[in-house]
Design a protein around this ligand. Structure first.
Ligand code: KIV
Length: 278
């Protein structure tokens, strides 16, 4: 498959300049091998706090810690060369005050080398986004369904239906005005996501939003069929790697039980000809 992107990782300014241009390709990655697979195809590799659910088996993203984000951020950074690396700020690490957000965002950037952080929230996070961007921390915002707020949102509901639409639009306007270089629109009705994309000057990155967004993001474990606990409508499966892995593991188990693995070619000292293999 051809990949048409430059080898220099884009900067937040490059991403901002892509507003209205070729769609931005974004995927999550939490480990070095997956980041290596994703990196050549993507403009942005996102270490999302979704890792709490898809890697650590948590029920929500609320239990994710700074330590987890930094550890997975460092792993993803080792596999990310030509895409921009963005790391999610976990629940509780930025909401208290702009100063708290800066201290933790600076720690994430220092320890991982990421180019930017992502944080959830609209109008109420605008002052924090302004504070961070004025101090050298580029921010990707995240409005609509903000999973860290499920307890106040009342679940993983579609955002922007009827009365809700004005709030989501104002959230997107607020984070754009505060200096975010892009904004994720999660589970926002398609007509509203299109309206927001036209209304604001920064790229919108949709997940369960609209094909008219300036880019799209998916959780890599969802699109590869590795996370199968539940499947949101927007999580198109491009592969069924979970099924392939399960078949392979079942065959291995059967061969061990039947004593057909390891075969002579997998052990040492039984070579029939030639030099011993390493
Ligand atoms: O945590 C995450 O992976 C995210 C994306 C779904 C945007 O926030």
């Amino acid at each position: 498959m051809s990949v048409s992107k430059s080898l220099r990782a884009p900067t937040p300014a490059d991403i901002l300049a892509r507003k209205g241009g070729d769609p931005l390709v974004v995927l999550t990655a939490y480990t070095t091998p997956i980041a290596r697979l994703v990196d050549p195809h993507c403009d942005i590799v996102l270490v999302g706090d979704s890792l709490g659910m898809v890697v650590h088996g948590m029920d929500s993203t609320l239990g994710v810690t700074m330590e987890m984000m930094i550890l997975h951020g460092q792993a993803a950074a080792r596999g990310t060369k030509s895409a921009m690396l963005v790391i999610d700020m976990p629940f509780g690490s930025y909401e208290e005050s702009p100063e708290q957000a800066f201290a933790n965002a600076a720690e994430v950037m220092r320890q991982t080398g990421c180019a930017a952080v992502k944080l959830e929230g609209g109008q109420h996070m605008a002052d924090t986004i302004r504070f961070l961007t004025a101090r050298g921390v580029p921010v990707m915002a995240h409005v609509g369904l903000t999973p860290q707020a499920i307890n106040t949102l009342g679940g993983y509901k579609v955002q922007g239906r009827d009365a809700d639409a004005a709030r989501v639009l104002e959230d997107a306007r607020a984070v754009a005005a505060a200096g975010a270089f892009s904004v994720v629109l999660e589970k926002v009705t398609a007509p509203l996501a299109t309206e927001i994309t036209r209304a604001i000057a920064i790229p919108t990155i949709g997940i369960g939003a609209s094909v008219d967004c300036d880019g799209q993001v998916l959780v890599v474990d969802d699109m590869l069929g590795l996370f199968t606990e539940f499947k949101p409508k927007f999580a198109k499966r491009y592969a069924e790697l979970g099924d392939h892995a399960s078949d392979a593991i079942a065959r291995y188990a059967a061969e061990v039980r039947a004593r057909t693995f390891p075969a002579p070619e997998h052990v040492y000292g039984l070579e029939t000809s030639g030099a011993p293999k390493p």
